[in-house]
Design a protein. Structure first.
Length: 327
């Protein structure tokens, strides 16, 4: 089949070929100390200092998780890496490596793929991780996958199942920014820039996960589907209820202005918006919260109907967060 060339003369993936594409990607991905054997063999070898490996995986699909007219390849690389690395730190672990899958149309510009690889590299560099391997294939739209690995360094993992009645509920990182950003973009605007950039490139609080684990966080999770939805996962796993205080969440001025301009509720973005990859954790009452964490509620005994999440003592009216298969 004749290779396709992008409009304007830029080189396409089909023209460069699979092995040329892989070689170009690998040239942009240096290896860190945890990578004992990087790309080039059938599998990579990654250091695991205490014999345990923390693993998480994510998928991203063009048209559902990102749009190329809204986000650059570099943005998408940052976003894919951040979604995976945040899951690792949410267990109290340190990310060490990422394995990435890329499927795309043959006419995809190689420049876009190179920018994507640069975004992966730059995001991984924030935590000292490396992209140690992956795969490429052809598809009708861009499809991405990533699997992140992490090291617990001798400490127990912090799961969703340890919260107890009386614990403080706290969050670290941004909430509602990405949801506000995609609302702005959907309405045809490109500002406030802070919100639009939050959709393009999340900023997970990477250091906050291991810090919470170090002071004895009883439960923790990444907020990817929305605070209410992920708090429900934590409550169900722990067999408790959680009450959140709406007044505990600061609303930055750009978000308040956007909500007023678009006729939206800023608190709804904060409580139900996903993709910021903040961290949600619970702490025993006597434990001082680490820097960067703010208390937003408390853990209660589960009621007669089982675990629940409430806001200001009552049920929250409306969607609870993101569901991939909801209509």
């Amino acid at each position: 089949m004749q290779a396709l060339r992008r409009p304007g003369g830029s080189v396409s993936v089909g023209e460069l070929g699979e092995f040329g594409l892989i070689a170009g990607i690998l040239a942009r991905l240096p290896q860190g100390a945890s990578s004992l054997l990087g790309p080039g063999d059938d599998a990579a070898v990654v250091r695991a200092t205490d014999g345990r490996v923390v693993v998480s995986t994510d998928l991203m699909l063009e048209g559902r998780h990102f749009r190329r007219d809204w986000s650059s390849g570099r943005d998408v690389g940052h976003k894919l890496a951040a979604a995976n690395l945040a899951d690792i730190v949410a267990m109290g672990a340190t990310p060490t490596a990422l394995v990435v899958g890329l499927a795309c149309p043959a006419d995809t510009a190689v420049d876009w793929v190179n920018d994507f690889a640069d975004g992966l590299r730059e995001e991984c560099a924030l935590v000292g991780a490396s992209v140690v391997g992956g795969d490429v294939s052809r598809a009708d739209v861009i499809m991405l996958s990533a699997t992140a690995l992490g090291d617990l360094a001798g400490v127990p993992p912090v799961t969703r199942a340890g919260a107890r009645a009386g614990d403080a509920v706290a969050v670290a990182g941004r909430l509602g920014h990405a949801a506000a950003g995609i609302t702005v973009l959907t309405r045809g605007f490109r500002s406030p820039r802070m919100l639009v950039e939050a959709h393009r490139r999340p900023q997970p609080p990477y250091a906050a996960g291991p810090q919470a684990a170090a002071v004895g966080a009883t439960a923790m999770c990444d907020v990817s589907d929305g605070l209410l939805a992920d708090a429900s996962h934590l409550a169900d796993a722990s067999g408790v209820s959680i009450d959140l205080r709406s007044g505990a969440f600061p609303v930055p001025e750009p978000m308040a202005n956007a909500a007023n301009a678009l006729g939206h509720d800023a608190l709804r973005w904060i409580l139900t918006g996903g993709d910021d990859h903040a961290l949600l954790a619970t702490f025993a009452p006597a434990v001082p919260l680490p820097a960067g964490w703010i208390r937003v509620g408390e853990v209660l005994e589960a009621g007669e109907d089982g675990p629940a999440v409430t806001v200001d003592g009552g049920p929250y009216d409306g969607p609870q967060g993101h569901d991939h298969f909801a209509r």
